[in-house]
Ligand binder design. Structure first.
Ligand code: ADP
Ligand code: MG
Length: 569
């Protein structure tokens, strides 16, 4: 563009946004076009970025979030104003809760009209709406600030505890012009966006001393440990210390799930019996019964907690030895002193192994049963075997029973390959995470989905087919939420609140968009379909018919779902 008056080359806000993202090695945008960002998305593609267009912004946001988790670079989600922004906001909030770095970039309407509430098209004060659900929220008002605005968003998303950042781009900003010379000066690459944070020497010593006093030590790996990409040092710490470890669900595969030191098959036993627990990137939230109560046994535990966020410490119970810093640096420092920590007693190790053997034998027996129709176990036995043969595969998992059983039955062998409902226990991440994982890794994905969970993002099957992604969605179809057997107690025509259409054929949805559909009723059929689908490397959906009586209410969260006990009807 040239400006005749000054005979000076001009650029505009559209170009500056793309230039600033590219200057920071961001190569993919997950989004959904519309006013006022359509041209921005077109330009991104024209300038060599990958634009993955979705059917609903929440799924685009979930794809961005999981891309951020996999790469330590913020995933980018781009949406239109008000409703599109709000659709994306659920994903932004989920990313923040899970400590995934992402940036939600939304176009917004004229500030003058929004602020006076004069009724603009898609009017909304998006910046303030985003604030409570984001790690940070910014608005860029002038084209010359685009470089600094994107830099701030990137740094906020990935430094310290990662999280979701909202970036507001008013429509008029995108068309503002700036001289090319000035523009060039305003764009830069963020230096050291994820600075190392070295723990204090006395905190390291305190942590080692607590470990030295342990009789029954345990290491707990959370998804922060997986995120940190300090895989070799974490493995070394576990193996050199000889301490048994438990992975949280998304930390599965950080060490292979069949590692001799895993305590997963004896989870309840070790949580109750350990006297000292080293938390590495895991929070003592509801997923760990808040660090107290029956789950954690009779005696109070001594906790050592490695985390980058200082105020995570003492969130639920007292932490004897906080170790604040990035996980790579903290584990590295512990490693230097680990030789001075006595090995766990043979008594502790053999007690765990005894439990493990017993529980694994029991599980093997359950898994071996071929029942018709399939139940969760016989279907998951197949998934387990296929994942074992294909350790590079990404596994996305959501549902109630489908999530609980899959987490404990399907072993993972490589880090950052399991993506699930996470800290919030959110439903609806399935297709978004699958697309994000496939696009980011270029490797196949299996999405193991409850039929209800799938419904939240099912329309993205079209997206999967449009980009020809190697995603195989397996629907555990039991005709409903939890179970398909509830009845309407009034005898009325409406089915019970938990029940879906009986014998639905989700595979036909896939066929509608040109993907491959399978309908399977036995483990043998499931194995054949799954193996074939993965080998084809094309979009596929397997409708796996599961016994509609097999599930339990709320999966393993029965205690969180209050049931009415009123005596008055
Ligand atoms: P899980 O649910 O698997 O137990 P959480 O999400 O509860 O895991 O915990 C992850 C923790 O890891 C968070 O408290 C977060 O602050 C921390 N974390 C994330 N990245 C890093 C890092 N690079 N270094 C240190 N701590 C980190
Ligand atoms: Mg179901």
């Amino acid at each position: 563009m040239t400006n005749d008056n000054q005979n000076q080359e001009l650029t505009d806000g559209f170009h500056l946004v793309i230039d600033a993202l590219k200057a920071n090695d961001i190569d993919t945008i997950f989004g959904l076009v519309g006013i006022p960002i359509t041209d921005l998305c077109r330009l991104a593609q024209a300038e060599g970025m990958r634009f993955i267009g979705f059917r609903h912004e929440q799924n685009a946001g979930n794809a961005a979030a999981i891309a951020g988790y996999m790469t330590q670079k913020p995933g980018i989600c781009m949406t239109v104003s008000a409703p599109g922004f709000l659709n994306g906001l659920t994903a932004l909030a989920n990313a923040t809760v899970n400590c995934f770095p992402m940036i939600l970039i939304s176009g917004s309407s004229e500030r003058e009209i929004v602020d006076l509430q004069q009724g603009d098209y898609e009017e909304m004060d998006q910046l303030n709406a985003a604030k409570p659900y984001a790690k940070a929220a910014y608005r860029i008002n002038h084209a010359e600030d685009i470089g600094i605005g994107i830099a701030r968003a990137i740094r906020a998303a990935v430094s310290g505890r990662p999280g979701g950042v909202y970036l507001d781009l008013p429509a008029q900003l995108l068309s503002q012009t700036l001289s090319v010379a000035e523009a060039k000066k305003s764009i830069f690459k963020v230096i050291d966006p994820v600075p190392r944070q070295i723990p204090a020497a006395d905190a390291v010593e305190r942590a080692l001393n607590v470990l030295k006093g342990a009789k029954r030590p345990l290491i707990l790996l959370g998804k922060g440990a997986a995120y940190a990409q300090a895989d070799a040092d974490i493995k070394a710490l576990i193996e050199q210390s000889g301490i048994p470890y438990l992975p949280m669900s998304m930390a599965k595969g950080l060490l292979p799930d069949d590692h001799p030191q895993t305590a997963s098959p004896a989870r309840s036993f070790v949580l109750a019996e350990a006297d000292t627990v080293l938390l590495i990137g895991a929070r003592l939230n509801w997923l760990l019964a808040h660090g107290k109560g029956k789950t954690w046994g009779k005696e109070p535990k001594k906790f050592i907690q490695i985390d980058i966020q200082a105020n995570e410490v003492d969130s639920n119970v007292q932490i004897a030895a906080p170790l604040i810093g990035d996980i790579g640096s903290c584990v590295g420092e512990l490693l230097k002193g680990i030789a001075s920590v006595p090995k766990p007693s043979a008594e502790w190790i053999s007690a765990i192994n005894e439990r493990k053997d017993k529980n694994m034998a029991k599980m093997a027996e359950t898994l071996a049963k071929d029942v018709t129709p399939m139940n969760f176990h016989s279907a998951l036995r197949v998934i387990r075997d296929v994942v074992k043969k294909n350790p590079d595969i990404n596994l996305v998992n959501e549902g109630a029973n489908t999530l609980d059983y899959c987490r404990s039955i399907v072993n993972m062998f490589k880090p950052r390959k399991r993506f699930d409902s996470g800290t919030w226990g959110i439903m609806g991440i399935g297709m978004g995470y699958s697309i994000g994982a496939a696009v980011t890794s270029g490797l196949p994905v299996i999405a193991v989905e409850g039929d209800s969970a799938f419904g939240f993002s099912g329309m993205e099957l079209e997206t999967i087919c449009r980009y020809n992604l190697p995603i195989t969605t397996v629907i555990f179809n039991n005709n409903g939420v939890y179970r398909g057997t509830d009845v309407n107690p009034t005898g009325g025509a409406d089915v019970a609140p938990t029940v879906f259409v009986k014998n639905a054929r989700y595979d036909k949805m896939m066929e509608a968009f040109g993907g491959i559909g399978y309908n399977v009723t036995t483990p043998q059929e499931l194995e054949k379909a799954l193996t074939e689908a993965i080998a084809a490397g094309k979009p596929a959906l397997i409708n796996a018919v599961i016994d509609e009586t097999a599930g339990t209410e709320s999966g393993r969260l029965t205690n969180l779902n209050p049931a009415s006990t009123a005596t008055k009807k």
